[in-house]
Design a protein around this ligand. Structure first.
Ligand SMILES: [Zn+2]
Length: 500
């Protein structure tokens, strides 16, 4: 456990009409004292961090990503999500556990360098070698020192089985290998057993890929595991219009009802995306205390639509913010995710209902709830997951303005020192834990291999493109209750009739 640390002379980043200039004393992994700036400077301490008039913020939270995609930056074309998925997931190279370690390390280093101290990794882990892959990813997080929840992403239904292909359309041969639900539940149970309580910074979680991609048997097994262990559950939910059609028509009911019947609809559950829920579904997740994770960059990259974020924030739904995987982002910078979250919801509605930068800020920190943690704060007793920012780039007269400046004008370039659980894990541009240059070389080599295999991934996709586009076109003809896309008039659709 780290010794006492003092961060001296920092302005706290927090919404509100005031600014606090403070010294902070950290003992172990907890903030032990927050006093006016200058009052703690002389007290004995193992390490003094002079913030030099800069800023101090709770570490940001990335509440949804997929570490296996961290080096997919720029590789996949823009496609609708359910088509993009086939492009990204099938074909290409097979990762070894070492590759999974390299990928998780690359993402964790990028996140710490841009002020994010907590990640929820919904990482694909195959049944073959499940233990080795999951442990390699957890070990990467343990080595880098970031706080992480790992929800190994599993499914036992073939991708085509999870889609509404259209009346009478035959499903192609399965794209993935068959998976036995009992074996998957056993593997998940072993993972939870191995990692629960092993490291304070690491949270084992349960991660079905999405309800429609899992058999009832698998979901029931995972729900029983969640009930018996109390570990958090994370899954994708109603990301796209196509998925509304698939779940409503093909399975005959609402996805939220399905989760409720399984006993999963409670404060342990977080749902990534939740773009296409209707009012009853949003009301049900709100009253159950479920966390919804907004992924604005990914939702635009794959044309998924716009979650009604401001309205949900105002109505008291627990919200988090995610980068999502780099195949649909293409980075892990939570400042970028916050900026887009604060901008895209001006595409609709009255300006008085637009989400504020405070909404976005609180949601980003609030994503910690998906790992069973409180949102971060600079208060006595809070987790000492903190980021010291240089003061050169931002000037503000009050807390609201400072938050606005960070959301709109910061990309991580001000990050100086990052602490997780009271330990400095990133300082002066580099990791204090791992050899970032060596990690960078491994990443670069893997990134070349990934990109060299892109044509193979494209070829797999092209083979299935007709059936996927037919599915997408069919889904577009099926009415659904809500609309989550903005509409603009095509450039040449209308004229004013003015003489030319
Ligand atoms: Zn995702």
């Amino acid at each position: 456990m780290p010794g006492a640390v003092i961060i001296a002379g920092a302005t706290v980043v927090e919404p509100g009409p005031e600014l606090r200039d403070v010294d902070v004393r950290i003992e172990g992994d907890i903030i032990a004292a927050v006093e006016p700036a200058g009052s703690l400077a002389g007290s004995p301490v193992d390490r003094l961090i002079d913030a030099d008039g800069g800023f101090l913020m709770p570490g940001l939270v990335n509440a949804h990503t997929h570490s296996g995609q961290h080096l997919d930056r720029g590789v996949a074309p823009n496609l609708p999500l359910d088509l993009w998925l086939v492009w990204v997931v099938y074909g290409g190279i097979e990762f070894s556990p070492d590759d999974a370690y390299t990928l998780a390390t690359a993402g964790a280093l990028e996140m710490l360098a841009t002020g994010c101290t907590t990640v929820l990794d919904h990482a694909w882990v195959g049944l073959d070698g499940f233990d080795e892959y999951a442990d390699a990813i957890m070990q990467a997080y343990a080595d880098v020192g970031i706080r992480a929840g790992l929800a190994p992403m599993i499914q036992d239904r073939d991708i085509f089985e999870s889609m509404a292909l259209g009346h009478g359309a035959p499903a192609p041969e399965p794209l993935g290998p068959p998976a036995d639900p009992d074996q998957l539940v056993d593997a998940m149970a072993r993972f939870v057993e191995r990692w629960r309580g092993r490291d304070d910074r690491l949270v084992p979680m349960i991660g079905p890929s999405a309800p429609q991609r899992c058999s009832a048997e698998l979901l029931e097994g995972l729900a029983a595991l969640a009930r018996s262990t109390g570990v958090p559950v994370h899954t994708h939910a109603l990301e796209t219009r196509d998925q509304v059609v698939a779940t409503r028509l093909r399975y005959g009911r609402s996805m939220v009802d399905t989760l409720d019947d399984l006993g999963l609809l409670d404060g342990h559950l977080s749902l990534a995306h939740a773009v296409w829920m209707d009012a009853d579904e949003y009301a049900a997740v709100r009253s159950a205390g479920v966390t919804l994770v907004h992924n604005p960059v990914s939702n635009l990259r794959c044309g998924s639509g716009l979650m009604p974020f401001g309205e949900l924030a105002d109505s008291g739904v627990h919200l988090g913010l995610g980068a999502d995987g780099a195949a649909s982002n293409d980075d892990q910078n939570m400042f970028g995710a916050m900026k887009l979250a604060a901008l895209i919801h001006t595409l609709y509605g009255d300006h008085r209902d637009w989400p504020t930068t405070n909404h976005v800020w609180r949601s980003c920190l609030g994503g910690a709830r998906a790992l069973g943690l409180d949102a971060g704060s600079v208060e006595v007793g809070a987790r000492a997951d903190l980021v010291v920012l240089g003061g050169e780039r931002h000037v503000a007269e009050d807390g609201d303005a400072l938050v606005r400046s960070l959301v709109f004008a910061e990309h991580g370039e001000s990050v100086r020192t990052v602490l997780v659980a009271g330990e400095v894990v990133h300082d002066a541009g580099r990791s204090t834990r791992v050899d970032a240059a060596a990690a960078g070389r491994r990443s670069r080599e893997l990134q070349h291999r990934i990109h060299a295999a892109a044509p193979e991934r494209a070829a797999v996709f092209e083979r299935y493109r007709p059936v996927l586009e037919a599915m997408h076109d069919y889904a577009a003809t099926v009415p659904v209750a809500v609309e989550r896309r903005a509409a603009i008039t095509p450039a040449f659709a209308l004229t004013t009739g003015a003489p030319t």
